[in-house]
Ligand binder design. Structure first.
Ligand code: UDP
Length: 243
């Protein structure tokens, strides 16, 4: 049976962006299966609340296209490698969710049909309506983009109510809290304030898409207890950015 959203729930359909760093131990460059299981547990709870969840998966724990020069690999090739890295992370997350009894579909923008469905918008929406967690991998399928931009674009085309960006810090600060002890946490911002104060939230393409199409962003710490579940219920978690 399709789970029904409870009336107290603020978010009906959610786009959750999980960066590659969420799949690795701190500073690590490989997949850490304990981290994947922790992610899956939070998503399981979200799904059981009746929230429709589409996750865009990053690949930075394995490879980012920006490393191409350092690796001596052509940029476009490195970008495709980065997109394939997201497939590895996404398959691990899907497996952990299915082990916990949560139905999933992995949909890819690059053609890897032995392990993923192709991304087809209407099919993705159908999966969401049926209560399946949709794991979106392969970015947008084109080099020179990021999975942040993918998250904004998919969030819009799938009709999501908000884009949640899971990070390793509590939310947005006036300066980098990892480098400045006096950094001030900013719980609520408008898109204009982010631009005026030159705050770093997502890459500019992703940010512009959200701003121009009025898709609110919530930046939060995935490691905080039940953060994603509480944020989806409408609790004040992390930083909310809106028009
Ligand atoms: N990428 C790409 N096109 C896309 C999405 C991703 O070329 O539409 C590549 C790009 O090289 C990127 C890598 O895939 O660096 C991994 O994605 P990202 O860096 O966004 O992952 P995250 O930082 O979220 O872990």
């Amino acid at each position: 049976m399709t789970p029904q959203p409870s009336s107290a729930q603020a978010i009906r359909r959610l786009l959750l962006k999980i960066s590659g760093e969420g799949f690795a131990r701190e500073g690590g460059t490989t997949l850490d299966i304990d981290r994947v299981r922790q992610l899956a547990e939070q998503l399981q709870q979200l799904a059981s609340d009746g929230t429709q969840v589409a996750c865009v998966i990053g690949g930075g724990n394995i490879l980012r296209g920006a490393q191409s020069e350092h690796l001596g690999i052509a940029r476009a090739t490195a970008d495709y490698m980065g997109m394939l890295a997201t497939v590895i992370n996404g398959l691990a997350l899907s497996d952990a969710l299915e082990t916990n009894g949560v139905p999933t579909r992995v949909m890819s923008a690059v053609d890897v049909h032995k392990v993923c469905e192709p991304f087809i918008r209407r099919r993705a929406i159908r999966h969401l309506e049926k209560g399946r967690v949709v794991v979106l991998v392969g970015g947008l399928g084109s080099p020179y983009f990021t999975t942040d931009t993918t998250a904004a674009q998919r969030g819009l085309e799938l009709g999501c109510d908000a884009l949640f960006k899971a990070t390793m810090v509590r939310g947005v600060y006036d300066k980098d809290p990892r480098q400045h002890d006096d950094a001030v946490f900013l719980p609520d911002l408008t898109f204009a304030q982010v631009l005026d104060q030159q705050l770093r939230v997502m890459d500019m393409t992703a940010f512009a898409l959200c701003r121009e199409n009025d898709l609110p962003i919530v930046v939060f710490d995935m490691a905080e207890d039940n953060a994603v579940v509480r944020a989806a219920r409408g609790d004040k978690v992390g930083t909310r950015i809106h028009n």
